[in-house]
Design a protein around this ligand. Structure first.
Ligand SMILES: Nc1ncnc2c1ncn2[C@@H]1O[C@H](COP(=O)(O)OP(=O)(O)OP(=O)(O)O)[C@@H](O)[C@H]1O
Length: 341
């Protein structure tokens, strides 16, 4: 018999079993060097851990579903947001859902940032070993699941356009470079939005359906978002020109965009989005199909290990973007400063 429920194995005096699913290509490929140390630290901390190295797109979903089937107590996703997204998609639809640990070794690690999971592998492993968990909501759309954010429209196609080689080499800056390249070709989409509370028909630049407040390096994108309130925070940017777009983005970096007249903000449990246009969906940074669709919040659906101290080890990003038409020849147009928060 497989002892599945949280705590059952401990109560039976058995060591907990963890399945570490890691993406060897994540971030700057740090996991390749760190794996023996990570396994040793987990083992010393009392977790019997076996590993699965992902081989490409979709493999982490299969590996996570397999870990559920084999009755692992804990699944650890080691990599970036893409790996975490795939692991969640292997677990979220199942009746038995192991506890989830995160080792943030990717480029952006939005969700780990939202949960204050330490950036250092030692700190992140210790969070798992201390066994303090938080139950979080999961978003469901088109039979896929997301925990951080879903969106569509201009710029949301960005994350899967950045080649992984470029991300490995220059990290988060790759996203911003690609973003600048896209700015001149922003185009609005026509949307019909329906929730239990409102119905809207608007021309919009983009829409974001968020579960956490930390998205793409913007730490206050949805300032009121709670991971476990059963609600999505929906942000819609109305049709606007390039200058207004840049103004809203710079307000968003400071978390001051919610009251802007170009921004519609609402909270809801379920939202139906349709469009006569071809609109691709972005789920936690990955391609998630196209409109039309219904986004449903599954309240408190996953149990994730978090830092009980709540102290952030993340740096805040101040991004200074020189607009292409003001750029001097020979400069790259970007400057990123980091400050300890
Ligand atoms: N062995 C592999 N080689 C290349 N790509 C892989 C491999 N295994 C998985 N992948 C793909 O790499 C994608 C991105 O990985 P991941 O999110 O872990 O890292 P990242 O892109 O560096 O970080 P972030 O998503 O935070 O920017 C995953 O969605 C997955 O499909």
């Amino acid at each position: 018999m497989i002892l599945k429920q949280t705590g059952e194995r401990e109560m039976a005096g058995q060591t907990k079993r963890a399945r570490l699913i890691y993406n060897p290509s994540s971030g700057r490929e740090e996991i390749k060097k760190r794996l023996p140390d990570i396994l040793q630290r987990l083992e010393r901390g009392g977790l019997e851990t076996s590993t699965h190295a992902t081989t490409g797109e979709g493999d982490a979903t299969l590996a996570a579903a397999d870990a559920v089937k084999r009755g692992f107590d804990i699944v650890i996703a080691a990599g970036g947001d893409g790996t975490l997204y795939e692991v969640i998609n292997g677990i979220a639809e199942k009746e038995y859902r192991p506890q989830l640990g995160i080792l943030p070794l990717g480029t952006t690690n939005d969700f780990a940032r939202a949960l204050n999971i330490p950036r250092s592998w030692e700190g992140a492993v210790d969070v798992i070993l201390r066994q303090h968990t938080r139950v979080i909501d999961v978003g469901k759309v088109n039979q896929r699941y997301f925990i951080n954010i879903a969106g569509g429209g201009s710029l949301t196609e960005l994350t899967y356009e950045v080649p992984s080689k470029l991300k490995t080499m220059i990290g988060q800056l790759a996203y911003y470079m690609k973003g600048l390249e896209k700015l001149p070709r922003l185009r609005p989409i026509e949307l019909y939005i329906k929730t239990a509370e409102v119905e809207l028909h608007e021309e919009v630049m983009l829409f974001l359906i968020s579960n956490s407040n930390s998205v793409g390096g913007f730490e206050r994108l949805a300032p009121d978002a709670s991971l476990s309130d059963g609600l999505f925070d929906v942000l819609i940017l109305r049709k606007c020109n390039l200058a207004e777009f840049i103004r809203v983005v710079s307000l968003a970096l400071r978390g001051e965009h919610i009251t802007d007249p170009n921004v519609i903000y609402l909270q809801t449990r379920q939202i139906q989005v349709t469009s006569p246009d071809y609109v691709q969906l972005n789920l936690d940074g990955e391609f998630g199909g196209t409109l039309p669709c219904v986004f449903t919040n599954l309240p408190q659906h996953l149990d994730i290990f978090v830092d009980e101290t709540g102290q952030s080890t993340y740096k805040t990003h101040t991004l200074q973007i020189k607009l292409p038409w003001k750029q001097k020849p020979g400069t790259d147009g970007h400057k990123e400063e980091e400050h300890e928060s």
